[in-house]
Design a protein around this ligand. Structure first.
Ligand code: BG6
Length: 508
């Protein structure tokens, strides 16, 4: 791998501690960091290198997937770290940083390849990018890359402005926009599962698929993020980025041996084919919700408006469900239902594919929900694939029963999203990062929803914390004759009792 200097803005922040340092450490353990590798942590606070390293070490002990208990390995890892004070708008600080980076590169005899990781609020992105350019930090004789976190803009207009400003300092191929859902191992596998399995390839069309359901439910509420979340809501926080990325990843059809350009081009094609939703129709296809008080895992919790920092009058969405259609050869006529919410009954991100033609024989006394074949991709927190088939009940021979064939991977074997993404960025592989074209198309699709919410054209339904969202979300599917599948209640317990479970443990 190329020698790399990893320059981290926001080095004392929460994301760095919880995700970035543990990801780097696990890459180090796996031998996936370059030989010549340095990390420059940047922040406003005065810190010595020793204190910074001690803090990083502490973060590893608290958050690393693998225990950081091998002192020798930890100290070898930490020897690559140093810290510099940097005020984002102070040009002198960048000049000073350049000197330090050059010294370190010279000491290691390393090429000046520099990765700038912006783990800071989006309001700082453009200032940092401009200063990286004007200071000369970004114009050395090696490669440069910019890694940025979401949110990428607040709406279509602001996203375009941000992109325009960043593009003055970095070219598109140098920008790695993180959407951590694209780093989730099961999401990365969707592509290969389809390519490597002719049986899936054959089924992946409107001829066999009745509908697709994409869910990302969380049990957490707004937590300490009122200042951010109350201005963005579920639509900007989750839907515009993570959920639409899942839709693109699921709906692409790829040629064998596809390159990262193929993936991105075809994702773009999918997004272009999503039927636009005019503002006047948003209320027909989109459900907006906000959690009221309720119970999560047996504990009472307050409603959104009683959360610290949230106004009694807030109309912010903590839940969104939408019905989309993709107007292309493969997907025409297949509704895609997407939902995401906070304070829901369970933490689960999954994609359910419902196949056509549920069993219809009346003599076989299936309950009226029928039992279609389902293919379920569990993305997180558990990872697995379930296929729901029908079989005969051994006791009551005239009845069919659903049977689940489950493939699970054990959690500790699975790399964290950030490990995958940072590893890819270090190698310069952009496959699982959001290209500007995708981001722009996603904002374009979402913009009428933002407008309709702002103009109050869409009712704000309340739902009890610990539920599966407002009843209107069920009605959205019921209108088409469907229902949300695989929610833990009430479907799962009955089916697990009735069905047989075949579990295979994938050997990773
Ligand atoms: C983040 C959102 O992008 O994703 C959070 O800002 C959300 O609000 C989180 O909680 C969910 O991620 P995950 O990986 O826990 O599903």
């Amino acid at each position: 791998m190329d020698a790399t200097t990893f320059i981290l803005f926001g080095a004392t922040g929460d994301l760095a501690k919880r995700k970035i340092y543990p990801a780097l450490f696990n890459l180090f353990i796996d031998g996936k960091l370059p030989q010549a590798f340095s990390v420059f942590g940047l922040g406003r606070r005065e810190l010595t290198d020793e204190t910074f390293r001690a803090n990083v070490g502490q973060a590893l002990r608290s958050f690393s997937r693998r225990e950081a208990n091998d002192d020798e390995a930890v100290s070898r890892f930490l020897s690559a770290f140093s810290y510099s004070v940097l005020h984002i708008d102070r040009e002198d600080d960048y000049a000073n940083l350049l000197r330090l980076v050059e010294q370190r590169e010279a000491a290691l005899n390393a090429a000046p390849n520099r990765m700038f990781y912006l783990s800071v609020g989006p309001e700082f992105f453009t200032t940092i990018a401009a200063n990286v350019k004007s200071s000369g930090l970004g114009s050395a004789d090696g490669w440069k890359r910019l890694v940025i976190e979401k949110p990428f803009g607040h709406d279509l207009q602001s996203a375009r402005e941000l992109n325009e400003q960043l593009s003055r300092s970095f070219e598109e191929h140098e920008v790695f926009r993180i959407d951590h859902y694209l780093g989730k191992p099961m999401v990365q596998k969707l592509e290969i599962l389809q390519q490597a399995n002719p049986v899936l390839q054959a089924l992946w069309t409107n001829r066999h698929i009745a509908n697709v359901q994409i869910t990302a439910n969380e049990t957490v509420g707004v937590e300490e993020r009122a200042g951010y979340y109350d201005h963005v809501g579920a639509v900007r926080d989750m839907f515009q980025n993570h959920m639409l990325q899942l839709l693109m990843m699921l709906a692409i059809h790829l040629p064998n041996n596809s390159t990262s350009d193929d993936v991105r081009l075809r994702k773009k094609k999918v997004m272009e084919a999503v039927v636009p939703l005019p503002k006047e129709n948003v209320a027909l296809q989109v459900i907006r919700g906000q959690y009221a008080e309720g119970t999560i895992q047996g504990k009472p919790v307050v409603g959104y408006k009683s959360e610290p920092g949230i106004a009694e009058t807030s109309t912010n969405d903590t839940f969104i469900a939408a019905r989309l259609e993709i107007d292309d050869y493969f997907w025409r006529g297949v509704p895609f239902y997407i939902r995401t919410g906070k304070r829901m009954a369970e933490k689960s991100t999954r994609i359910v594919i419902e196949f056509k033609e549920p069993l219809k024989q009346p003599a076989l006394a299936l309950d009226d929900s029928k039992t279609p074949n389902l293919l379920v991709f569990e993305i997180s927190p558990n990872e697995g694939i379930t296929l729901q088939l029908n079989t005969r009940d051994p006791q009551q021979k005239d009845e069919f029963k659903p049977m689940h064939v489950n493939f699970h991977t054990s959690e500790q074997d699975v790399p964290e999203a950030y490990e995958n993404l940072i590893g890819d960025a270090l190698r310069g592989d952009p496959t699982f990062f959001s290209h500007w074209d995708e981001v722009e198309l996603a904002w374009k699709w979402v913009q009428p929803i933002l407008d309709a919410f702002a103009e109050n054209l869409v009712p704000l339904h309340s739902y009890a914390a610990g539920s599966y969202g407002p009843a209107a979300s069920d009605e959205l599917l019921a209108k088409d004759g469907y229902r949300w599948r695989f929610d833990a209640e009430p479907e799962q317990p009955n089916e697990t009792k009735a069905g047989e479970n075949y579990a295979y443990h994938a050997n990773h």
